[in-house]
Design a protein around this ligand. Structure first.
Ligand SMILES: Cc1cc2nc3c(=O)[nH]c(=O)nc-3n(C[C@H](O)[C@H](O)[C@H](O)COP(=O)(O)OP(=O)(O)OC[C@H]3O[C@@H](n4cnc5c(N)ncnc54)[C@H](O)[C@@H]3O)c2cc1C
Length: 476
């Protein structure tokens, strides 16, 4: 074994990872004898090209190297080395960012895909490596009759990548975000320190890491809340003639807590125009069916076109996988995705959403895209860095654009449109969900985080004083 391979092993980057999975893009600029620098001889252009892309397919950056560590001390070693070299570092989960926030030009990408073990499942919690997908977490916990109380609609996201942003799903309308369900986090700070944080230990770091856009630390392991798994989900899709009638019924069923999950969307009609859909689910055990009539009583939907289905919980949670397969097959998964994700104030959501929909062409959303629109009660949203309008009811409002073509000029036009819409929405008290495609300045981020900006800025200065971590947001 060469001294450098031994050093890498000692640093927690296994020999296997070094040879098979540790890819470096180019000749080292660091000390020639450093173990990480020497691994540059294992240059893997494919890994670097993949790390220079994300799901957005709008921004492209060429990293200098991609590391795929298999241990937490390995991550710490890479971060310390990168800090010494003055290199920027971006953690990569599943790469579903949409505007280059998972990339670094000329820096180091740490691919967490090999750190995906589900360590322990207890009656109320699961301990999982941050590189695991929600799909893997769900499979493991369902086997014990348990589930996270909130799941993202798409389970192909990584635990760490989601906790770095927030994590919204069908149950968020009443139960908050995934960051609210993280009991404890193991992290490696920008300086390469391994720390555990929770509400009672390193609490300031815990608050800065959850939805902290990966600015202070890389999450390596998470302890997440679990609840008893429902057996089945009765799913309701109700159609409305317009946005006022949709949002009125959404508000009503939310206030009356009729459903366990509540979402909804404005979707393009094949023949032109829009369809307005309320989408909701009720959990049940399969023995006694929910009372459909009572659940839908008094609602003003076009009852003749209501679709009521019943799924095993697992199948319902995996529903997005069918759309993913379709989009992969027709190529649209690989097109640019200039999404805009925001929260609207409940008090003016109808006005702002109507204005945006009225100005939107269906081709700017795409036949398989949608404008997600549904209310959420914020009582359970307690993550300081998840910024929300200061009202009890807010509306999730997302332009999920799936263009039919890969046309770059069109994508740039939609990115510019996102910026205009964001300014209008922000002016009306709306707030960004930071998985959106348009450039943000440091001042924009300071405005976005508002009263919580000092929390993030000061934690970043303390834990990543060299400002190495996650340059894709352009935060400082
Ligand atoms: C098809 C699709 C469906 C989506 N559905 C939902 C949804 O239902 N609900 C929802 O809330 N969001 C959703 N999103 C947005 C999604 O939450 C974010 O894009 C999320 O960050 C992606 O997770 P990822 O593992 O792909 O992260 P990546 O793109 O790999 O990383 C995202 C950010 O987190 C950082 N990061 C990655 N891993 C870590 C880590 N271990 N520690 C610290 N930082 C890390 C990265 O550096 C980057 O800045 C969806 C996105 C797509 C493309």
């Amino acid at each position: 074994m060469t001294p450098n391979r031994r050093a890498l092993l000692h640093a927690g980057v296994s020999a296997t990872a070094t040879l098979a999975s540790l890819a470096l893009a180019g000749p080292s600029r660091g000390p020639a004898d450093g173990p990480f620098a020497s691994a540059a001889s294992n240059c893997n252009p494919e890994a670097c090209a993949a790390a220079g892309e994300d799901f957005g397919h709008i921004i492209h950056k060429q990293p200098r190297a991609v590391f795929r560590p298999t241990t937490i001390p390995g991550i710490a070693g890479i971060l310390r080395w990168a800090a010494e070299q003055g290199l920027t570092v971006a953690a990569r989960g599943q790469g579903h960012s949409i505007y280059g926030r998972v990339m670094t030009e000329g820096g180091i990408v740490i691919d967490l895909g090999a750190l995906a073990t589900i360590h322990r499942i207890e009656p109320d919690r699961v301990v999982v490596d941050a590189g695991a997908t929600w799909h893997a977490v769900l499979e493991a916990t369902l086997a014990k009759g348990l589930v996270p109380p909130v799941l993202t609609n798409y389970l192909g996201l990584s635990v760490g990548g989601t906790l770095a942003i927030g994590g919204i799903g069908g149950s968020s309308s009443r139960h908050g975000l995934l960051t609210d369900k993280a009991i404890e986090l193991d992290v490696v700070t920008g300086e390469g320190r391994q720390l555990t944080c929770s509400p009672t230990s390193n609490a300031e770091l815990y608050d800065a890491v959850r939805a902290g856009l990966a600015q202070c630390a890389i999450i390596t392991r998470a302890t997440l809340r679990l609840v008893r798994a429902p057996e089945r989900v009765r799913r309701f899709q109700l159609s409305y003639p317009d946005l006022p009638s949709l949002t009125a019924d959404q508000r009503r069923v939310l206030a009356e807590a009729r459903f366990d999950q509540l979402q909804g969307a404005v979707v393009p009609e094949a023949a032109g125009g829009w369809r307005y859909l309320l989408e909701a689910g009720v959990f049940h055990d399969g023995d006694s069916h929910p009372d459909d009539e009572a659940l839908l009583a008094g609602l003003s939907d076009r009852r003749g076109s209501a679709v009521v289905t019943d799924f095993a919980f697992r199948d319902d949670a995996n529903a997005f996988a069918k759309l993913e397969a379709l989009l992969r097959a027709n190529g649209q998964w690989f097109n640019p995705h200039p999404w805009l994700l925001v929260f609207l104030r409940g008090s003016n959501a109808l006005e702002i959403a109507s204005e945006v929909v009225a100005g939107m062409k269906s081709e700017d959303i795409g036949p398989f895209g949608r404008i997600t629109c549904y209310p959420m009660i914020t009582d359970e949203c307690r993550t300081p860095l998840v910024r929300l309008p200061d009202e009890r009811i807010v509306f999730v409002f997302n332009l999920i654009r799936i263009p039919v073509s890969a046309d770059k000029t069109n994508a740039e036009r939609l990115v510019a449109q996102n910026r205009e819409l964001y300014d209008r929405i922000r002016g009306a008290g709306g707030v960004l969900y930071p998985a959106s495609a348009f450039p943000m300045s440091s001042q924009d981020w300071a405005d976005h985080f508002g009263v919580q900006w000092p929390l993030l800025r000061d934690a970043k200065r303390r834990h990543d004083p060299g400002n190495h971590l996650t340059p894709g947001y352009n935060l400082l």
